[in-house]
Ligand binder design. Structure first.
Ligand SMILES: Nc1nc2c(ncn2[C@@H]2O[C@H](COP(=O)(O)OP(=O)(O)OP(=O)(O)O)[C@@H](O)[C@H]2O)c(=O)[nH]1
Length: 499
């Protein structure tokens, strides 16, 4: 069987050689690597009557100036990092539509769209074995046009763009955006699975969202879901290559990167081709990562498709930045609300916020016809504490008093620092009698509390229940008057307000 197929392929080569030579076919192969020029010559020279090997774009240009070949092959493998994209683009442009085959390493497909924009070309991802290379050369000679989208392909692209736009419009946070983007990409014909990787703090690349058939999970395929820049398959899996290197990566066959574990995993789930598109950092501190797409069959992308994929990645970057800004705004709002409503020393509500809360509770008490009590308390002879132990100890005493009072209150009660060493407690669902009990509990708790630096303090308290038509101001005045009476009555006691 092996002999037969070897014989067959020899026949094919001889036929192609004959056809090529009879047609007087000419070719120019460009690669800066001597070994690659020799390998190409071994695999494909027989397809041409004349094959010129060029080691630079300049040499290829001068060969082309003498006579345009039937096929120009540009091999980008090992061209990097000194690749002169402009010179190569110029070669493609000079072909003016005549056949060009671009051989592109799987981790360097970012150059593809740039060169495709200079003129029509076919491409193949390398490494390729000799037979596959020969087939690609023959295919390009037979059908030299660049991959294009038919009407159905364009409709699918439009649909993808619309879905991505909608995902951006509806995104509440980075996670929901990533999920919707994966769903949009999965709806693109041929896509089996879509995933989104994001670089988090500390250079931790994580899989944020994925969508695909049951059982096809990137976590299982890559054998981890976080710290993916250290994953064993980071040099082979296109999604990881794109996130790590910031440039697109494409494998047109599972075994192309030479990682048997990856090839087995992809083949087991019917994946024929894998693409990674980097999500560019959209400004400093912005998230960066990659989109990963797994396809059920190999296909050549048109320039429209490459451009759409780059647009999707840019929109993803923009949307993720927007989501991050939304989150930062929420944090700022929480901080701002805290600063403008809470007392910095004790962490309880400040006077202005206390007044707002009292108004709210009064309205609620009226609507539901439930009692509301207001308590006022003030530290006894606090001036003496400051004078004797110093202001910092006075501050500690204020904090301890606030903490102690808060500890004996219900969750629905609100403690307010009204100013200096004076506090109020808004007590919903509380009658005057219950308010008195509550005041006594607060008084005893504070009397017994240990104050670091000054031993103990006591408080005097006033209690009032909201009258039927009473305003917040009037309730406060009556409560404060009761507190004043408690002070006059000798301090460390509770007084009930008069109606
Ligand atoms: N350490 C500290 N002291 C404060 C603060 N705010 C107000 N005070 C002090 O609280 C004291 C209040 O004193 P007074 O109003 O005379 O009342 P008092 O000494 O507590 O006496 P009675 O209320 O009559 O028992 C003053 O010494 C203020 O300086 C604060 O934030 N920190």
């Amino acid at each position: 069987m092996a002999n037969l197929s070897a014989e067959q392929s020899n026949v094919e080569v001889r036929m192609a050689q004959q056809a090529g030579q009879e047609a007087g076919r000419t070719g120019i192969y460009l690669s800066p690597m001597a070994q690659r020029r020799a390998d190409f010559s071994d695999a494909c020279a027989s397809l041409f009557a004349r094959l010129d090997l060029a080691d630079s774009a300049d040499v290829a240009a001068s060969l082309m100036a003498r006579a345009q070949p039937d096929l120009l092959i540009i091999d980008l493998d090992r061209f990097e990092p000194s690749i002169d994209l402009d010179a190569l683009a110029d070669l493609v442009a000079r072909r003016a539509g005549a056949p060009v085959l671009l051989l592109c390493p799987f981790a360097g497909v970012a150059w593809l769209p740039a060169l495709m924009a200079s003129g029509p070309l076919r491409y193949a991802v390398t490494p390729l074995d000799g037979a596959a290379l020969r087939t690609m050369v023959e295919t390009t000679l037979a059908q030299p046009g660049a991959p294009t989208c038919d009407a159905a392909g364009l409709r699918a692209l439009l649909d993808l763009r619309t879905r991505v736009q909608a995902a951006l419009d509806d995104a509440e946070d980075a996670h929901t955006l990533a999920e919707s983007l994966c769903a949009a990409l999965c709806a693109w014909p041929g896509v089996l699975h879509a995933g989104l990787f994001l670089l988090r703090e500390g250079n931790d690349l994580q899989l944020v969202a994925q969508q695909g058939p049951d059982g096809l999970l990137l976590g299982a395929l890559l054998q981890r879901t976080d710290r993916l820049l250290q994953a064993p398959l980071r040099h082979a899996f296109p999604g990881l290559l794109a996130a790590a290197g910031g440039t697109a990566a494409l494998i047109e066959a599972p075994e192309q990167p030479g990682e048997p574990a990856l090839a087995d995993g992809l083949l087991a789930h019917g994946v024929a081709m894998a693409l990674g598109v980097p999500i560019p950092a959209d400004g400093p501190g912005a998230p960066r990562g990659a989109l990963s797409l797994l396809f059920d069959a190999p296909r050549a992308f048109s320039l429209d498709e490459w451009n759409t994929l780059a647009d999707v990645a840019r929109l993803a970057a923009f949307g993720l930045r927007l989501a991050a800004i939304g989150q930062e705004n929420e944090h700022l709002l929480v901080r701002l609300t805290y600063i403008s409503t809470m007392d910095a020393l004790t962490g309880v509500a400040n006077r202005r916020h206390g007044e707002e809360l009292l108004d709210k509770e009064i309205k609620r008490a009226r609507r539901y016809r439930v009692p509301l009590a207001l308590l006022a308390f003030d530290i006894d002879r606090f001036k003496a504490v400051n004078d004797t132990y110093g202001y910092p100890v006075g501050d500690v005493a204020l904090r301890t008093v606030a903490d102690t009072a808060r500890a004996v209150l219900r969750a629905s009660d609100v403690l307010v620092r009204s100013g200096g060493e004076e506090f109020h407690i808004i007590a919903p669902h509380t009658s005057a009698i219950d308010g008195l009990r509550m005041a006594e509990k607060v008084r005893v708790a504070i009397e017994q509390a240990q104050i670091p630096g000054c031993d103990h303090v006591t408080v005097s308290l006033g209690v009032a229940q909201l009258g039927e038509q009473e305003s917040g101001d009037s309730l406060t005045q009556r409560t404060d008057a009761a507190l004043a009476r408690a002070k006059r009555a000798g301090r460390n006691c509770v007084e009930l307000a008069m109606q």
